[in-house]
Ligand binder design. Structure first.
Ligand SMILES: NC(=O)c1ccc[n+]([C@@H]2O[C@H](COP(=O)([O-])OP(=O)(O)OC[C@H]3O[C@@H](n4cnc5c(N)ncnc54)[C@H](OP(=O)(O)O)[C@@H]3O)[C@@H](O)[C@H]2O)c1
Length: 384
């Protein structure tokens, strides 16, 4: 339910909200969740203290992302300094807009740009995280929600689909008719990659560790699914190379989208076509490559065998979606615009499988960390 009657030019009387705050970085995400996540009252922002280019957004939904977890232990490449509010991207309603803002009016449905504001941003608006009732951010850090998306879908749009775009299209140059092996396909970015491959006319072989989750991945466009879970194997990953080879007439896949790392990566190198592209997206199976508490360095870094890379003539590509646009800012706006356009045209649609009230923020983050979910998770800051 809305807290105010909104009208352009008026100064709304906003009631206080609540916010979740990480008060310290953990040794690992579990410690950060157990010891350093606090829910507290959030005073309502005062428009009189906001700038002419700023907007007050009442947050309706925040994404709950993997990045929120690894950032809470300082194991992510980009650091937040506690206390800070998690919630990398979010959506909501404009409550108030400064005098210089001409793009938005009170009542508009908006989503945040995670590179311009919120904990993933390297701007003065890093403090405007989504696990809160309100955010104050510049109008330039907001986009209109494409028609057809609800608040939960809008909050789970840009980061995952821009990642999928960057990996599959900008780096992987995936073509219609090619076969792509997607690891971590049930994840937020993995499921986006499945949809993007499907949109391009590529064939998708999706992997994961749960038949139930893989069926949902299939319903989002995967042509084949493979459960890699191997309880009898020391690594927990069973051999799946023969299945992939059988599905590709012995040839192997053209592209690997690897968000999982570890033994899943190694096994993949045995079922790629000669000259395949191997896209490094993330390493959910080995999240502790870096020390916690924000110490720098990666003492347990992942490794790939150079002999297999050589013999298969592979092109291995790092695919960091945010770092790339920090270095080449001109790539960002067209990429973001394309994702918003795809969403407006109904060609992509984030799948949100779970919603949590802010009082259960810890549980929401834990669900993401323990992979107990498919696609996006949403947190509602005004619900108990
Ligand atoms: N390159 C980039 O710019 C970029 C951008 C965003 C994210 N990422 C990275 O990509 C990875 C995935 O991000 P996401 O947002 O999609 O995360 P996510 O939604 O949490 O999904 C991760 C998926 O990985 C699988 N997984 C989790 N733990 C695993 C384990 N121990 N062993 C094997 N599989 C495991 C799970 O699938 P199953 O349970 O089905 O196996 C889960 O659905 C992360 O490492 C993240 O940092 C990279």
């Amino acid at each position: 339910m809305n807290t105010t009657v909104r009208s352009a030019g008026s100064t709304p009387a906003l009631k206080p909200g609540r916010r979740a705050v990480f008060t310290e970085l953990g040794e690992d995400p579990d410690e950060a969740l157990d010891r350093f996540l606090r829910i507290e009252e959030q005073p309502a922002p005062d428009p009189a203290r906001c700038g002419p280019n700023e907007v007050i957004v009442r947050i309706e939904s925040s994404a709950v992302s993997w990045i929120d977890l690894v950032m809470a232990s300082g194991q992510y490449q980009h650091r937040c300094h506690p206390p800070y509010i998690p919630g990398v991207e979010y959506s909501g309603i404009v409550e108030w807009a400064g005098s210089a803002v001409d793009r938005f009016c009170p009542g508009d449905r908006v989503l945040s740009d995670f590179i311009a504001a919120g904990p993933r941003a390297k701007t003065a608006y890093q403090g405007a995280g989504g696990f809160a009732g309100y955010a104050v951010l510049p109008a330039s850090a907001l986009c209109r929600i494409p028609d057809g998306l609800d608040f939960d879908q809008a909050a789970n749009l840009l980061a995952s689909y821009e990642t999928a775009y960057h990996c599959i299209i900008a780096r992987g140059r995936v073509q219609a008719g090619e076969t792509v092996l997607i690891h971590g396909a049930s994840g937020a970015s993995g499921l986006a990659a499945v949809q993007v491959c499907r949109m391009l006319g590529a064939r998708v072989i999706a992997t994961g560790r749960s038949d139930e989750k893989l069926e949902i991945v299939r319903s989002h466009g995967a042509d084949h699914v493979i459960n890699t879970r191997g309880d009898d194997y020391p690594s927990g990953v069973r051999s799946f190379r023969e299945e992939v080879k059988a599905l590709t007439d012995g040839r192997g896949v053209d592209v690997v989208y690897d968000a999982v790392g570890g033994d899943v990566s190694l096994e993949s190198l045995r079922c790629v076509a000669f000259g395949a592209r191997f896209l490094i997206v993330g390493w959910t199976s080995t999240p502790n490559v870096a020390d916690g508490k924000g110490r720098r360095g990666a003492p347990r870094a992942n490794q790939l065998p150079t002999n297999l890379i050589q013999m298969k003539g592979l092109t291995v590509m790092g695919c960091p979606a945010v770092i790339t646009v920090e270095r080449s800012p001109e790539l960002r706006e067209p990429r973001k615009a394309l994702v918003l356009q795809w969403a407006a045209e109904g060609r992509i649609k984030p799948y949100v499988s779970q919603v949590f009230p802010i009082s259960r923020a810890r549980e929401a983050l834990r669900a993401r960390w323990q992979a107990g979910t498919v696609g996006g998770i949403a947190l509602h800051p005004w619900e108990d």
